[in-house]
Design a protein around this ligand. Structure first.
Ligand SMILES: *Cc1c(COP(=O)(O)O)cnc(C)c1O
Length: 404
């Protein structure tokens, strides 16, 4: 490796530190190229990418069909705004509503925007029903719903609130998985319950079996909306198109983003037909939402995930990883792995100590992952990852944890 190559990574990071707002805890790696499950840093080192842009690049980096669709759209038409109709967005709407089993969709650019749409929908529906006193949303401790003022307030983690007070009114948090606590929190001002089927950022915590179905029943009993944040768990990540489908329920509305565009920014809010009239012309909108290039890419994502074999393989590989990681837990000295959690290809290995130094050692061994919560290492690899690559990741994990 020449001197110039050896320092490319460091010089990019130095430049970043001079100019970028220092609001992220970034891993000290400048990535320059990706293909499938591999990425390369500026010094030419290859890594097995088991985080995939934080559960975004579900079909892998530079997936040939996604890339081709985006390139074709770049040569055709980039942007017209939502003042006009456009075919990529219309076709995607038809495909995505069918995939989710919810008939209406609003396109935006990110997860937080999709959740904002959920929150605005809930308030507006209650106004339109003649119950304006119902504006409060119940969400969960350790949840994550985004960084805008409303979505960060819905987020049940004090560390994300600190310094941004006063926070918007109308949010309260209860322990995740605790139906009795939800029941106690429901009152005359409750409009909706907002829930992640698996708490992703909060540490890859899977809701107890039946919890979503119980929330559905509670919402039905009290006339509340059940809003499911599928930003991380959706688009096939857990082995079904959306994680709520494991419980056979229908939410009133869901939010989608992350994997929808395989890396191009696009989000969506989908809802039941009966709720759609509340967001009538003029009530909500965005300039870039449903951007044509992102919509063209997302069509390929949905089409690919519609293949039953694709989601079967996600479920199967997820089980394979969880079983292997639990065997590793049993093999290692007690406490090296506190818990293994997850579903499909969203997996958390709780290392029972601050995960940052362990993640750094995994990176030095050529494996990219990230932190979820304080003590959990998150794996959210592309769906195309092979069994051999999962073994490779687990082998690195074993070496690093055994050497602690
Ligand atoms: C990532 C995420 C968000 C926020 O999405 P952004 O695109 O970062 O705004 C919201 N909810 C969940 C569950 C997420 O995983």
């Amino acid at each position: 490796m020449s001197q110039a190559e050896a320092t490319a990574n460091d010089s990019l990071i130095q430049k970043a530190k001079r100019h970028l707002l220092q609001n992220y805890k970034q891993q000290p790696l400048a990535l320059v190229r990706g293909q499938g499950t591999r990425v390369w840093d500026a010094d030419g080192r290859a890594y097995l990418d088991c985080i995939g842009g934080i559960a975004v690049c579900a079909l892998g980096h530079c997936h040939p069909e996604v890339t081709a669709a985006a390139k074709a759209q770049l040569d055709t038409l980039w942007h017209v705004s939502n003042a006009f109709y456009s075919q990529p967005q219309i076709d995607l709407a038809a495909m995505l509503t069918e995939f989710a089993g919810l008939p209406r969709v609003f396109f935006c650019n990110s997860g937080a925007e999709a959740n904002e749409a959920l929150l605005k929908l809930a308030r507006k529906v209650m106004k339109d029903r003649g119950t304006p006193e119902r504006f409060e949303v119940i969400s969960f401790e350790k949840s994550f719903h985004g960084r805008t003022l409303a979505t960060v307030t819905a987020t049940g983690q004090a560390k994300y609130h600190a310094g941004f007070e006063p926070l918007p009114a109308g949010f309260r948090h209860v322990p995740y998985g605790d139906l009795e606590a939800v029941r106690r929190a429901v009152g005359p001002s409750t409009a909706a319950i907002l829930v992640e089927p698996i708490q992703g950022e909060g540490g890859v915590r899977v809701a107890p079996q039946g919890f979503l179905a119980e929330l559905r029943a509670l919402c039905d009993a009290h006339g509340l909306l059940l809003l499911v944040d599928e930003i991380q768990t959706g688009m096939g990540r857990t082995g079904k198109p959306f994680a709520f489908m494991h419980e056979g329920i229908q939410p009133d509305a869901i939010s989608v983003a992350k994997a929808l565009g395989n890396g191009l920014p696009i989000g969506a809010m989908l809802c039941k037909e009966a709720l759609a009239p509340s967001l009538a012309p003029g009530t909500h909108g965005t300039t870039f939402g449903g951007n044509l290039v992102a919509a063209a890419a997302a069509q390929v994502v949905v089409r690919t995930l519609r293949e039953p074999s694709m989601l079967q393989s996600v479920a199967e590989k997820g089980e394979y990883f969880l079983a292997r990681a639990r065997a590793l837990q049993a093999r290692l000295p007690a406490g090296r792995i506190q818990a293994v959690r997850g579903r499909g290809l969203l997996m958390g290995v709780d290392v029972g100590q601050e995960s940052g130094p362990i993640i750094a050692r995994l990176r030095a061994e050529g494996l990219l992952v990230n932190a979820a919560g304080e003590t959990t290492v998150r794996f959210a690899p592309p769906f195309i990852i092979t069994h051999a690559e999962l073994d490779e990741a687990l082998g690195i994990l074993e070496r690093v944890l055994a050497a602690l």
